[in-house]
Write a protein that binds this ligand. Sequence first.
Ligand code: FCB
Length: 452
Amino acid sequence: MGFRKDFVWGAATSAYQIEGGAGEDGKGMDIWDVFCKEPGRVYEGHSGDVACDHYHRYKEDVQIMKEMGLKAYRFSINWSRVLPDGTGKVNEKGINFYDRLVDELLGAGIEPYITLYHCELPYEIYKRGGWMNREIVEWFGEYAALVAERFSDRVTHFFTLNEPQCFIGLGFLNGAHAPGLKAPLRDTFTMAHHALMAHGRAVQQLRAHAKQPVEIGYAPTCGMAYPETDKKEDIEAARKSLFAIPDVSNWSWNVAWWSDPVIFGAYPEEGMELYGPWLPEIKDSDMELISQPIDIYGQNIYNGRCVRMGENGEPENVSRYEGFPKAANSWPVTPEALYWGPKFLYERYKKPFYITENGISCHDSVSLDGKVHDPSRIDFLERYLSALKSAASDGVDIRGYFQWSLMDNFEWNSGYSERFGLIYVDYQTQERIWKDSAYWYRDLIMKNGEKE
Ligand code: FCB
């Protein structure tokens, strides 16, 4: 067993992180355009104004993907590029960019997977209350309908929201990401509820306007949980911990709150009790909208925590040993997350599964030989993908894997200080250099994930 014959080997990016082309060809501002101009918000005042200049270099980038043998490419459309006001007037030049990108991908034999929302909230929508305004559900639906109208003749895979945990939690709870607010708890739950409804409305609109059958998914994230040993109690403890409801101060870092409603049409009971004092009114019809059937389940997984059954019969986190392996950004390296994460999530949600993001930030640089050697990334991928393969062999219906990221890019409030790419980007010259891991990934794809 192992990976399916038609396994979707891909890589992922997002619009603001790579495109550049800020304000070009009629693009409206998004909340990141505004946030990056705020002193002290982003590492050394970096912004995505130019980023990887993908807006102008997409042909070269697609060529790289083709040489890498990618079967699929997951990218996001910047809502404010196609609808500068978020609603109403369509920016044909913005549509045209994504048209050309899609055609280029198809011409290279690469399947486009479109994400509708990857943190690019149009500033005009923000000014009208953004996620606080219930009307955003319809505005997002209008945008989804436009995307289906214009692209579904050629594109059949769509993800609605990327990481609501982050765009609500980092954007409005701790303020590290745009728009950089610390909103009242009640507001954050209201925004989250609207985001989930917007997801549901987008599912409806994508289907209603699709020109052919499409597969629609969702791409949340979170830390995973994995058991310390293979003992039944530890496995049960890890499972319980993964779907547990965190304290309200950190509530958005949550699997069940964001995924149960989408799949089951109900918020988890435990959360309804714990968060009761801060919840908005929740109507049955809201839950019906949120739980519009989806076809595929995506999950971004970077790491997890080790859990065992405590003496008191409750799960407890196992502390990491001194010198535990970590990425350049200090995220722990825990390959187990790519075995247990998919397993627990698939057991619970029972949908064809994709890893929509997984990867590592390393201290990459160009060596004297002109190459970029990144053994830590290769080691990371080898370990994580072998875990994913075990999950596939154990019966998890894993359809695909999107490596984060195709190339180095603007890592949100860390600016360009983190390098997650398979391809190195020299931001002075915009030169792209294949890292060792890019060649490694190409070879792995050729062998469909088998070692030999
Ligand atoms: C995820 C984001 C993605 C990128 C990676 C490193 O949380 O979805 O845009 O920043 O982390």
